[in-house]
Design a protein around this ligand. Structure first.
Ligand code: SAH
Ligand code: F3S
Length: 483
């Protein structure tokens, strides 16, 4: 019987990506099979996040639940990884002595050896060092699952925004070699991936060593990736406004495979707050970059991250943020209440705005952003959108779903459309059990009998805008663009 592994993930896409790599590493080294049920697992891993509030409490309350499982089954191995592990190190084991493994975002590739050592000695293993690029070299090729894949191209961040813990938990920026990224994407494309999302805390700081001895930036990497057969769409996240440059704008102008969407965190619309945040740009500089981008991509969807209630934020500062949001017509963005992170400079700033005021500001901002995004969705009704079909729709087995360039899920009927009824009957309950596994967005298609539309680009007419998705009608199926 293969041994079972359960991973619980808190936090960002980088953490989701890291969790998938942990599963790959332990599957390759020890034959571990993933399970959603902690009660049947032999190894439990918690991949933690410390970007915002209550990170530590959340970790220890989760560990408290797992402790009960371990009391019943003393052989159970419990590991903690991610950013809280990176900050706390061995202190985690001092507070929760039943934890066997502590590893950081840069040492997850050492998990197989750490696990062997725990199994052999029954003593805890802790490694939260930053051995840089070693992580990428030591991980097995990712398993391919579906038409979209995340590819980590750089790690860490050297921007040191005054509020942010990332440079301390994930270390300074370092980029994966250019040829390695190309090879990984070729591998993914050969296994059916059509859309690649390049990941990093600050992807436009990418500086990948090439075999020629030169370095490639993100714009050059995008141009090369767009040439790979089968890859039809590219995205990247997250980038920093200061290094969002003309070369990237030119890539948007000249590389149609670069999705019509940019996530560019602004954090605030007030220059005073931006300076206190050490963001290194003004609101006007941000605006002019987006204006330049819209000259080459007039209808591009721009999303952002905003922090509300930074220490000393006044009503005037907040009004500047609301104005910027209107001016930029941001699509579905992320906004957060400021949370003091131990060890960051902003944690020392005087913060005298009452929490109720901050919360009221956040809810004003969020409800306005929801309206703006809904208006964008409504304007899409009646238009034709090119989507990448990812699989059966979550709610209805008669529908398929895919994602638009601006990252909206579209559900559409397969039956009764112009050409789809011919060779592709809708997946039925009998043939396609995996349709019913719960998950976000589109469903898993591992066992699906009708795979013919999946992984293909198709044109749909949007017929209805709902709160979290669109409805559409399949027009024609198009092949992945090749050039
Ligand atoms: N690399 C990204 C940020 C990664 S963290 C960038 O370029 O900005 C993701 C988001 O979390 C940030 O954009 C910020 O909006 C939010 N965030 C980070 N630290 C925070 C804090 N201390 N309090 C509240 N929100 C925070
Ligand atoms: Fe954090 Fe700023 Fe880097 S928000 S991840 S320090 S760009």
């Amino acid at each position: 019987m293969p041994r079972k592994l359960h991973i619980k993930t808190f936090g960002c896409q980088m953490n989701e990506y890291d969790s998938a790599r942990m599963a790959d590493a332990l599957a390759a080294s020890h034959g571990f099979e993933a399970t959603d049920n902690p009660a049947e697992a032999d190894v439990l891993l918690l991949n933690t996040c410390s970007i915002r509030e209550k990170a530590q409490e959340k970790v220890f309350s989760q560990l408290g639940l797992w402790r009960e499982l371990k009391t019943a089954r003393p052989d159970l191995i419990i590991g903690v990884g991610g950013c809280v592990a990176s900050q706390e190190g061995a202190a985690i084991i001092r507070r929760a002595p039943y934890v066997n493994l502590v590893f950081g975002p840069q040492t997850l590739h050492r998990l197989p050896q750490m696990l062997d050592s725990v199994l052999a000695t029954r003593r805890p293993a802790v490694d939260v060092s930053f051995p840089e690029i070693e992580k990428f070299d030591r991980l097995p090729d990712p398993r391919v699952d579906g038409a979209r894949a995340f590819v980590s191209i750089m790690e860490g961040c050297s921007k040191y925004c005054s509020f942010c813990v990332v440079p301390y938990t994930r270390g300074e920026e370092f980029s994966r070699p250019f040829d390695d990224v190309i090879a990984e994407v070729v591998h993914l494309a050969e296994h059916g991936v059509r859309e690649v999302i390049l990941l990093g805390q600050n992807v436009n700081a990418y500086r990948g060593a090439m075999h020629t001895g030169e370095f490639a930036d993100l714009a050059l990497l995008i141009r090369y990736l767009a040439e790979i057969d089968g890859i039809g769409r590219l995205r990247f996240t997250t980038s920093h406004p200061q290094v969002f440059n003309e070369r990237l704008i030119a890539a948007y102008a000249e590389v149609p495979k670069l999705a019509n969407h940019l996530h560019l965190p602004v954090q605030s619309g007030s220059d005073r707050i931006l300076a206190l945040m050490k963001r290194g740009h003004t609101a006007l500089e941000y605006k002019s970059k987006i204006r330049r981008l819209r000259e080459v991509r007039p209808d591009i969807s721009v999303t952002t991250d905003i922090i509300v209630g930074f220490p000393g934020e006044t009503e005037t500062d907040f009004a500047a943020t609301m104005n910027l949001m209107e001016d930029m017509n941001f699509d579905t963005s992320f906004s957060f209440l400021y949370s003091a992170r131990p060890g960051t400079p902003a944690a020392e700033f005087v913060d005298d705005t009452p929490r109720e005021i901050k919360e009221a500001r956040l809810s004003r901002l969020q409800s306005r952003n929801t309206e703006m995004a809904a208006a964008i969705s409504r304007r899409m009704v009646g238009t034709t959108q090119r989507i990448l079909v990812e699989g059966p729709a979550r709610k209805s087995p008669r529908q398929m779903c895919g994602r638009t360039e601006n990252n909206r899920v579209v559900n559409f009927d397969v039956q009764g459309s112009t050409n789809a009824g011919r060779s592709r009957p809708p997946a039925s309950r009998d043939t396609c059990t995996s349709l019913y596994i719960a998950g976000a967005g589109c469903e898993s298609v591992a066992e699906c009998a009708d795979k013919s539309l999946i992984g293909r680009f198709a044109d749909v007419e949007v017929t209805e805008a709902l709160t979290n998705s669109l409805r559409g009608r399949l027009l024609v199926e198009t092949q992945a663009r090749r050039a």
